[in-house]
Design a protein around this ligand. Structure first.
Ligand code: ZN
Length: 375
């Protein structure tokens, strides 16, 4: 059978092309669109009118145009035409963020709600999400979905927590939340959401190993801009690779996992904040500096092991990222050189480009991405 495109498909395609063009180029004139997309002026005019009427784009002042030699109306997308919500579920608190179509923060709030695997907890969290949405003044229609970032492994369909030892929530179904929310909802492994946020701000990043150096350790393997979760959902769960058989007890029940050596939990003392710790380190206080170097030695050992398997860029992300300096990378390279069998170049470690709110934003981004892909 001969394949053909219907006039409606062409119309839809032109509309999407024009929307994507305005999205990418921010402030553009009719002439820019027609010229760059090779579309006729009447086609562009009709589509702009319909996109404007549907509330997706708006006129935003005037710009100079080289094609007609005078000022023309500038078009821009309406960034909060649709919004994604990201939620991070933690033991002691819940973080909620709303992001627009550019993945930019609209508002973020943190609520001190301790995690409980009980219905009244889920109801309470959902009430917070709804009042957060009302506070911003968003309609239900604007919400594309809510992504729940969990310190847990998630089923490939994003609906079930497969392994949630940190919060003791293995087996939790997304229906615990969806029964109180009128939006699509999905779970996402927290290290994956951080990696998604990293990809969002790094359009040229194709392959990488993302290390989420937070209170707990996590990682995500990126190949060809995709996160590889594996056949059983536990690819790159490097936190449970055993480094010291007689080491400290890990929450998984085994001893000496990388988690017990390279998480912030393992670095910081009870009740010590990361800010306080680094204040001491950067002022060369002996005890903290020693602890920091021991931590970096463990991290170098872990990175070396992983880099022997996956010879790509390693991104150091998570809560530790904003505190890392070039000096620390130099220290890591030196340690790695001592461990690795062949000459190792000093070009594969990178500090995260998006160290703030990456987990919550990354939990919202799949909804934004899906919306943009289907425009
Ligand atoms: Zn473990």
């Amino acid at each position: 059978m001969k394949k053909s495109i219907t006039p409606n498909q062409i119309k839809e395609n032109n509309r999407n092309l024009i929307y994507q063009y305005i999205y990418r180029n921010h402030n553009v004139s009719q002439q820019n669109i027609a010229y760059d997309l090779h579309l006729s002026r009447p086609t562009v005019t009709t589509n702009l009118a319909s996109l404007e009427e549907d509330g997706l784009i708006t006129k935003n002042g005037q710009i100079n145009t080289e094609y007609v030699g005078r000022k023309a109306a500038a078009y821009t997308i309406i960034p909060d035409y649709r919004v994604g919500i990201g939620v991070e579920i933690l033991r002691k608190e819940v973080k909620i963020i709303a992001v627009n179509l550019y993945g930019e923060k609209i508002l973020r709030s943190v609520y001190k709600i301790p995690y409980k695997n009980e219905d009244d907890y889920f109801q309470k969290v959902c009430q917070k999400i709804l009042s957060f949405k009302d506070f911003i003044g968003l309609s239900d229609e604007q919400i594309l979905g809510v992504g729940f970032a969990m310190q847990a492994l998630i089923s490939p369909d994003s609906k079930i927590v497969l392994y949630g030892k940190i919060l003791e929530c293995s087996g939790l179904s997304i229906s615990a939340f969806t029964r109180y929310l009128p939006y699509p909802c999905a779970f996402i492994h927290d290290a994956d959401s951080a990696a998604i946020a990293e990809l969002w701000v790094s359009p040229n990043l194709d392959d990488a190993f993302y290390l989420s150096l937070s209170h707990h350790l996590g990682a995500s393997l990126i190949i060809d801009r995709k996160l590889i979760s594996g056949d059983h959902g536990h690819s790159s769960t490097i936190e449970h690779i055993q480094m010291e058989p007689n080491g400290k007890l890990c929450y998984c029940g085994k001893h000496g996992c990388i988690e017990t050596l390279c998480s912030l939990h393992s670095l910081l003392d009870e009740n010590e904040t990361i800010e306080y710790f680094f204040q001491k380190v950067r002022n060369n206080k002996e005890a903290e500096l020693k602890r920091w170097h021991t931590y970096l030695q463990h991290l170098a050992k872990a990175i070396n092991l992983l880099h022997l398997i996956y010879d790509k860029t390693f991104i150091l992300g998570g809560y530790l990222a904003p505190f890392l300096l070039e000096n620390d990378l130099a220290f890591l390279y030196e340690e790695i050189k001592k461990l690795t069998p062949f000459p190792e170049s000093s070009d594969f470690l990178q500090i995260s480009k998006m160290p703030k709110h990456n987990i919550t934003i990354g939990a919202a981004l799949p909804y934004i991405q899906k919306f943009l892909n289907t425009r």
